[in-house]
Design a protein around this ligand. Structure first.
Ligand SMILES: Cc1cc2nc3c(=O)[nH]c(=O)nc-3n(C[C@H](O)[C@H](O)[C@H](O)COP(=O)(O)OP(=O)(O)OC[C@H]3O[C@@H](n4cnc5c(N)ncnc54)[C@H](O)[C@@H]3O)c2cc1C
Length: 387
């Protein structure tokens, strides 16, 4: 069994690390305090291109860089070392855009990957969270055009996007979930509220309404009824990405706690020499070791062409394990730093706030457990325990 990284893997990993340390870490506090200037953000974005961190999940022909799935994981892990979700500055087209028409590819997929615009993804509604079949946003065809009406919540990065992928039910029928590409400034698109969250993310999460928004049929992404399948593929990809972010976040927190424990003297010796602290560090190290082993293994499996159903099963397990691991590990890091760990100027405090959402978005931990339990029932325990 060879789980070593290739020269190209190591190069991509090092490049992502250098970007994070040079461009994200120095700007984290400004992001947390919401004082990051437009000028600095523009400078960071220029460097996203320079460090080849745009469109990381797409081929060169589609405006990306043709990274392997394992390289995407390695990059996401490094980006996860930044606080405040600053990794999101590395834009990429949402996966479903890969399945658009040639016109949509030229108009959206390629330019978005190149940094000319951005798309956000609107599925969640006031009454449709974990259960997207409850979506009330409807799309009805009138005189050859689609009329979309509904309300969407938590639309992440809507402020930075020019188009919104809207998950709607054609004729209000949950059996016909369908995606539409809607211009953010189209008549009828309205921002209702910009709520504040636990994290101070780089961008906002809008609450929006779509009041009889009209789009041409060429803005339908995929077939009528294909929306959920396309969204599921997006979930698979982002769940693996979230797991890698969590690994990066927990690794950084552990490094900070480990260094601090070596230098902080109380009762005449470094606190790392107290067993209570030493055992916390030991548990944190094992948590990182286990998570990294899982994620890199799946990266290697994806490189080898893991089939879609298994990808979905693996992605839920990774997201569940890594997000809960990050919660445990970052919390211990705060504890080891004592009062300093509770100060916003300290990265562990920001990471502690940041990683909480990883157990909620893109499917809560409970939903991941439901997926995993369903997979065991359908395919047998061996899909997780077999080797
Ligand atoms: C910061 C942030 C950004 C987000 N960005 C986006 C975005 O860009 N686009 C988007 O569409 N959505 C986005 N979301 C929404 C996110 O995906 C949902 O919050 C999430 O799916 C959970 O839905 P909900 O909040 O409605 O909770 P609910 O579905 O109401 O769940 C409430 C609780 O009940 C539990 N629960 C629900 N069903 C079951 C069940 N069958 N068995 C056991 N427990 C269950 C849940 O696990 C949870 O603990 C974002 C959310 C946040 C917080």
């Amino acid at each position: 069994m060879d789980l070593s990284l290739s020269t190209a893997d190591i190069e991509a990993q090092a490049r992502a690390r250098a970007f994070v340390e040079t461009w994200l870490h120095p700007n984290e506090i400004a992001c947390d305090e919401r004082t990051l200037s437009k000028k600095t953000l523009a400078e960071i974005k220029k460097n996203v291109l320079r460090y080849k961190l745009n469109g990381v999940n797409h081929t060169i022909e589609d405006g990306g860089h043709g990274y392997t799935p394992l390289q995407q994981v390695l990059i996401a892990e490094q980006l996860g070392r930044a606080t405040n979700g600053m990794w999101t500055v590395c834009w990429k087209a949402s996966t479903p855009l890969k399945y658009g028409t040639e016109k949509q590819r030229q108009e959206f997929l390629i330019p978005i990957n190149q940094g000319k615009g951005r798309a956000c993804y609107a599925i969640t509604e006031p009454e449709a969270g974990s259960d997207p079949s409850m979506v009330k946003t409807s799309a009805v065809k009138k005189k050859g055009r689609w009329v979309i009406s509904g309300e969407k919540w938590f639309v992440t990065s809507a402020d930075a996007s020019h188009v919104i992928l809207v998950h709607a039910h054609v004729d209000g029928d949950p059996k016909k979930p369908t995606l539409f590409i809607v211009d953010k400034d189209a008549p009828g698109v309205k921002v209702n509220r910009i709520p504040k969250f636990t994290h101070n993310y780089l961008y906002e999460h809008f609450e929006m309404t779509f009041d009889k928004v009209t789009v041409e049929d060429d803005r339908r992404l995929g077939d009528v009824g294909q929306g959920f399948d396309l969204t599921k593929e997006w979930f698979t990809e982002t769940r693996i990405e979230i797991a890698a972010h969590c690994l990066g976040a927990a690794t950084r927190a552990t490094e900070i706690a480990n260094d601090y424990a070596a230098g902080r003297i109380q009762f005449g010796k470094p606190i790392r020499d107290f067993q209570a602290i030493e055992f916390m560090l030991a548990d944190m190290a094992v948590d990182l070791f286990a998570t990294k082993s899982m994620i890199y293994r799946v990266g290697a499996e994806l490189n080898a062409g893991l089939d879609k159903k298994m990808q979905h099963a693996r992605a839920s397990a990774l997201k569940l394990y890594a997000s809960e691991m990050a919660g445990r590990v970052v919390d211990k890091a705060v504890q080891i730093l004592g009062g300093r760990g509770y100060m916003r100027e300290n990265p562990v405090e920001r990471l502690w706030r940041d990683v909480r959402v990883d157990r909620i978005w893109e499917g809560t931990s409970e939903i991941q457990r439901m997926v995993i339990a369903g997979q065991i029932k359908k395919r047998g325990l061996g899909i997780y325990s077999g080797w």
